[in-house]
Design a protein around this ligand. Structure first.
Ligand SMILES: [Zn+2]
Ligand SMILES: [Zn+2]
Length: 433
């Protein structure tokens, strides 16, 4: 059958706003959806039925017998996969409609508006103009004109929130050292306001609606088939799917240790493995943190002593729950939940790991030898970058180590920068470097 059925629907988002939206369905799809669309008459009541060929009329009658609304639930059970496809079809159409309006505004802005007016209009609506690429600022303004202005990020209060494929990405700073990277699927908005002077200058700005609209975000997580294709290096097999980078779990490849009663360990192992981390029994400098309790820290058993010697943080079991609820802060939580008064910066422990796996080299990424043994003397390691690890140790004054790491971790962008400052004392003479 090479024809479709049209049904005007009022219950979609677009339909509600514009008083009905015509949607076409294949006859098979229509049959699956008829109860939802509210069509209970028999096939010969379909508008245009008389104009069909005899064969087609019979097919329509066979596929669309009259039903009463009460038995409509039986029909619903038939709807399995095709129904999902139709919902997707409807969503695609809404997205298409939204981007049509967005690009109309974007074109008008590109062709008519001066940059200083673009910035003025954004700031007038309390939006921080996106810096860098001017395309980003154009997208930001077009989004604001189409859907309304965005309220500040609830996590960091930043007003630089930009649309991306998976949602609205906050570009603010959580702390001086950490990017916010909050992703909002449905950010709060205010209607966009246009100052009078700009309305007089640019006629199209008078068309801006005094209301907000939800921008549909369609994010397709990679299918299993796609991921396996991807790992085989055959990306071109699925050209229609967005090329989504497979996300690594927050504690991917990180090794932890555990000190405490055996009973609690298995539960912890399970939770941890879901986040990508693992428990190693041997305490070594590869361990990023040790799960334990305040009680064990006070007891100071032999394994606890060893952890202290290696400068490894002791963290509570519920660290895993924190990471689960806020994965981007995984590494920072180690320092903030620590139960002990020792511990080197956990960021400096993963830097080496990441550098090893990094294949592309830029001048900003220093290459690090594949395996690196840190020499431990008096509980702290001399950074091998100094080349002095064989002849010097970190200066120690009344149990205070002269070694400090300033770290800036941006997990979203897979960046981890740090400065390491150490005061080294020669092993042989008292020559300081
Ligand atoms: Zn269809
Ligand atoms: Zn934020």
């Amino acid at each position: 059958i090479n024809y479709g059925l049209k049904k005007t629907v009022y219950d979609t988002e677009v339909g509600m706003k514009y008083g009905g939206q015509p949607l076409w369905h294949h006859i098979e799809c229509f049959v699956q959806l008829r109860s939802e669309l509210g069509w209970f008459e028999s096939g010969d009541c379909v508008p245009g039925f008389k104009g069909l060929k005899k064969d087609d009329q019979n097919t329509v009658l066979k596929l669309l017998p009259a039903i009463d609304a009460g038995s409509a639930c039986n029909i619903k059970k038939v709807k399995i996969e095709p129904g999902v496809k139709i919902e997707e079809e409807i969503m695609n159409r809404q997205i298409e409609n939204q981007s049509k309006r967005l690009f109309k505004f974007r074109d008008l802005v590109v062709n008519q508006m001066h940059k200083k007016d673009i910035i003025y209009l954004l700031e007038y609506n309390n939006q921080k103009p996106a810096n860098g690429d001017s395309e980003r600022m154009l997208n930001q303004l077009a989004d604001m004109l189409t859907f309304g202005s965005l309220l500040p990020c609830p996590q960091c209060n930043s007003c630089e929130i930009l649309f991306s494929k998976s949602g609205y990405l906050c570009n603010g700073q959580l702390t001086e050292w950490t990017k916010c990277s909050n992703i909002l699927k449905d950010p709060e908005r205010k209607p966009c306001k246009v100052p009078k002077t700009l309305k007089e200058k640019y006629a199209f700005l008078s068309e801006i609606r005094n209301k907000t609209e939800h921008r549909i975000v369609k994010y397709n997580p990679p299918s299993i088939a796609f991921v396996s294709n991807n790992t085989n290096g055959k990306m071109e097999n699925e050209p229609t799917k967005p090329k989504v980078k497979r996300e690594t779990p927050p504690l991917y490849n990180l090794k932890f240790a555990y000190v405490g009663p055996k009973e609690a360990e298995n539960n912890l192992k399970t939770k941890l493995s879901k986040l990508g981390g693992e428990i190693i029994s041997k305490l070594s400098e590869n361990i990023i943190a040790v799960f334990s309790s305040k009680h064990e820290v006070q007891n100071m058993g032999s394994r606890m002593k060893k952890a202290k010697e290696l400068g490894i943080h002791i963290i509570p079991i519920d660290y895993v729950d924190l990471v689960e609820s806020n994965p981007t802060n995984a590494i920072n939580y180690i320092s903030s939940t620590t139960l002990c008064d020792w511990g080197t910066d956990p960021n400096s422990r993963i830097v080496q790991e990441e550098a090893n796996t990094k294949k592309s080299k830029s001048i900003y990424t220093k290459s690090v030898a594949k395996s690196m043994t840190l020499k431990i003397k008096d509980g702290s390691a001399v950074d091998p970058e100094s080349g002095l690890q064989d002849v010097a140790h970190v200066y120690l004054d009344k149990n205070c180590k002269y070694s400090v790491v300033l770290g800036l971790a941006d997990i979203q962008r897979n960046k981890n920068s740090y400065y390491k400052l150490q005061l080294l004392e020669s092993d042989s003479k008292n020559k300081r470097k």
